[in-house]
Design a protein around this ligand. Structure first.
Ligand code: SF4
Ligand code: SF4
Length: 318
């Protein structure tokens, strides 16, 4: 039956041609992903739907494949690799070896200028009102003078928040910094209940970030972008410390309230003055908040003594 044989041969050729074009289409789509620029439509051999193909440019580029082979790819099928976080998540969770970060807050200098809070909110693109640094008016006794007390996360060495997190989203690093991985956080808020310093903030709302910030790759060292339904808090500006720089609150304070440094080097600085950490704590009677809880905070306070300015609410914006 010659007619039928011809017909079968024709069908087979059509089938092979369709598969061949489908293979090219699949390869083209795999390489270009969403980055299709100039398109032609061809029929998908499996679904019959029209698929967009990028025509080759004719210009070949040599690349190293994941198997370690040199391969040639048409330039039209390349697409830019999205920005990656500056450090891997594994590195961010480990922290910086040989460091033990510590902060000292000199209460005798704080006028509640709130420049630390502004700088922190700006650096972390926080939702308005979701302050990680809080400045409380304090008064220890009836007869004592009031003072301002800035608070950050205490980066406790025995952090209750870490112990209660059910998904390992919050963790303590070898350099002493306690961080949150928002990609893991399920928003249960156990950590908020466990923290005796009320330092954690729940993101009830979307932070309303500009597109360039909202789309940047999340890093638990920068804590950007914050996500609705997760918890945030002071991160000791872990990205800055990795670069050997001070946290934003330290450099923003006009009154030199915040000192930051490495306990292993026994040195802290506010940018203008540098002290031996152990001397500063001993000579100025440094203390930590709620030491009796056994949380062992990494933030120390110097008492509000010898102040040369009055405590007034008007000072808040000076
Ligand atoms: S201050 Fe609170 S959030 Fe920070 S490490 Fe200590 S318990 Fe955790
Ligand atoms: S809110 Fe997030 S970080 Fe806090 S305990 Fe729950 S999962 Fe962990």
């Amino acid at each position: 039956m010659p007619k039928d044989m011809n017909s079968n041969e024709s069908s087979r050729r059509e089938f092979l041609a369709t598969i061949a074009s489908g293979t090219v289409a699949a390869a083209g789509l795999a390489l270009t992903g969403c980055g299709v620029r100039s398109n032609t439509l061809q029929r998908d051999p499996f679904t019959g739907a029209g698929v967009a193909l990028t025509p080759p440019s004719g210009e070949k580029v040599k690349l190293l494949s994941v198997e370690g082979e040199i391969i040639e790819v048409d330039r039209a099928y390349l697409k830019p690799v999205p920005d990656l976080p500056p450090v891997s998540n594994t590195e961010a969770r480990k922290g910086i070896p040989g460091k033990k970060f510590v902060m000292v807050i000199d209460l005798s200098r704080c006028k509640s200028a709130k420049k630390c809070q502004e700088a922190c909110n700006h650096a972390h693109d926080l939702h308005p009102g979701a302050n990680w640094i809080k400045i409380y008016p304090m008064k220890d006794a009836e007869h004592t003078a009031p003072y301002w007390q800035p608070t950050t996360c205490m980066h406790c060495d025995e952090p209750p928040c870490v112990k209660v997190c059910p998904v390992d989203a919050t963790f303590k690093r070898q350099d002493g910094i306690v961080l949150i991985d928002s990609d893991r956080c399920i928003g249960c808020r156990f950590c908020m209940a466990a923290c005796p310093y009320s330092t954690r903030v729940f993101n009830w709302e979307d932070p309303g970030l500009p597109a360039d910030v909202a789309t940047q790759p999340y890093s638990c060292e920068t804590s950007i972008p914050q996500k609705k339904g997760t918890v945030g808090k002071c991160d000791f500006c872990a990205d800055m410390t990795r670069k050997g720089m001070s946290p934003h609150c330290v450099s923003a304070c006009p009154n030199g309230v915040f000192f930051f440094g490495d306990m292993l080097e026994d040195s802290v600085t506010n940018g203008a003055e540098t002290f031996r950490f152990s001397d500063l704590i001993r000579d100025k009677a440094g203390y930590r908040l709620m030491e009796d809880l056994g949380t062992r905070p990494s933030v120390y306070y110097l008492p509000p003594v010898n102040r040369n300015f009055p405590f007034t609410d008007e000072e808040q914006n000076s």
